[in-house]
Write a protein that binds this ligand. Structure first.
Ligand code: P1T
Length: 384
């Protein structure tokens, strides 16, 4: 079955024998499930934190889209990330992470590492040799985002996974920016895929959620145990919303990309724009890698305007169609300044070192009409 078909059909097969043949999975609100005897659970469900039919439908769909055996749906992307750390790491272990990551992920690593005695080491994973030279005896996990938030840096998932496995290290990839429509890390060699489903997967900015997809049964059981223990589950209503959103993932991603390509080209040729970070541009230093490991380039663009922080703030505040807001991946276009918003929790000198300047602007290009979007940006740049 192809991607578009799976996005619509998997997990929501009408139940013609025992159910009423719903073509859309119902929202199962029941917190508990009655059984005939202690040993006989109806369809395996006992208590809704442990398992819920609506959430299960979503988990099956998510797993299918990432070519994974197993899926788990969480109450947020951060809840999914926390569960990976809880399930896999113990005191004295070492984690290698890409130096450009979502600010909240770095905040989690910082606080978790300090409290539980785990060392997180950041490397520029664009160059796989940097990852190799950071590997130690006690390295347990390599954490990657590709493309990264917000600088759109990429790393070679296949090459890094190979060197990780030679050393018995687990590789987790945050695939939120690319989505499984454009990139499937498990097929490239990674062990775990993590998502903030709040973004493209749900796609409509009306549900906060997270997900983990993987095929290793042992790691899956460990993650499931910790999810159930901590209770970091997605609600039945949010599971339903996300199931509904996913059905148009392919359509939306094609349109996000088409609009982003046009806008990236427009920005690149504009005299008031200094630099554009978009993997689909020939000028992106890793355009070749993007073509090799992705099936498309997505809808996220970062860029530097030729001006001061005040100019950047004025520009983002002056737009009409791009809402000034954190988050990304919804049908509506959003704009933000990472240093002041999504990445403000990353210490200033660290931001400087990896290239997140105070004038860097990040755009989540929506699927409105692209001419309207360009007119909005053009007007904002003119006012500078
Ligand atoms: O917000 P939440 O669903 O908990 O997901 C966290 C998260 C994880 N990974 C990536 C790559 C992310 O971008 C995020 C959340 N990011 C934003 C809110 C943002 O505006 O960048």
């Amino acid at each position: 079955m192809k991607f578009e078909t799976r996005a619509i059909r998997i997990g929501e097969e009408p139940d013609m024998e025992n159910g009423s043949g719903d073509v859309v999975i119902p929202i199962h609100l029941s917190t508990t499930f009655a059984r005939r005897s202690i040993e006989r659970l109806p369809k395996g469900y006992e208590y809704s934190r442990t398992g819920n039919p609506t959430r299960h439908a979503l988990e099956r769909k998510l797993a299918s889209l990432e070519d994974a055996k197993f899926g788990l749906a969480f109450s947020s992307g951060m809840a999914a990330e926390t569960t990976i750390l809880l399930a896999l790491l113990k005191k004295g272990e070492h984690v290698i992470a890409f130096d450009d990551l979502y600010g909240g992920t770095k905040r989690l690593f910082r606080t978790f590492g300090k409290r539980f005695g785990i060392e997180f080491e950041y490397v520029d994973a664009r160059y796989a040799e940097n990852v190799r030279s950071a590997i130690r005896e006690n390295t347990k996990l390599i954490w990657l985002e590709t493309p990264t938030n917000p600088l759109m840096k990429m790393c070679d998932i296949g090459e890094i996974s190979e060197m990780a496995h030679e050393n018995g290290i687990i590789v987790a990839v945050d695939n939120t920016f690319a989505t499984p429509y454009f990139q499937r890390p498990l097929g490239l060699g990674a062990d775990i895929v993590v998502h903030s489903t709040t973004k493209y997967i749900n796609g409509h900015s009306d549900s906060v959620g997270g997900a983990i997809m993987l095929s290793d049964e042992e790691i899956y059981e460990e993650l499931k145990f910790h999810q159930n223990s901590s209770g970091a589950i997605l609600s039945p209503f949010d599971s339903y919303m996300t199931l509904r959103g996913i059905k148009t993932l392919a359509l939306r991603m094609r349109e996000h990309e088409r609009n982003a390509m046009r806008i990236a080209g427009f920005l690149e040729s504009h005299p008031k724009v200094n630099r554009v970070y978009y993997p689909g541009l020939d000028s992106h230093p890793q355009h070749g890698l993007a073509k090799k490991q992705m099936h498309g380039f997505g809808g996220m663009i970062s860029f530097e305007i030729n001006g001061t922080v005040e100019d950047a703030v004025r520009f983002t505040e002056s737009l009409q169609l791009f809402s000034l807001a954190e988050s990304l991946g919804g049908v509506e276009s959003l704009i933000e300044i990472p240093a002041l918003m999504t990445h403000s929790s990353v210490p200033e000198e660290e931001r400087e070192r990896i290239g997140i300047s105070d004038t860097l602007i990040r755009m989540s290009v929506g699927i409105e009409n692209v001419e309207d979007l360009i007119e909005d940006i053009e007007g904002g740049l003119k006012r500078l």
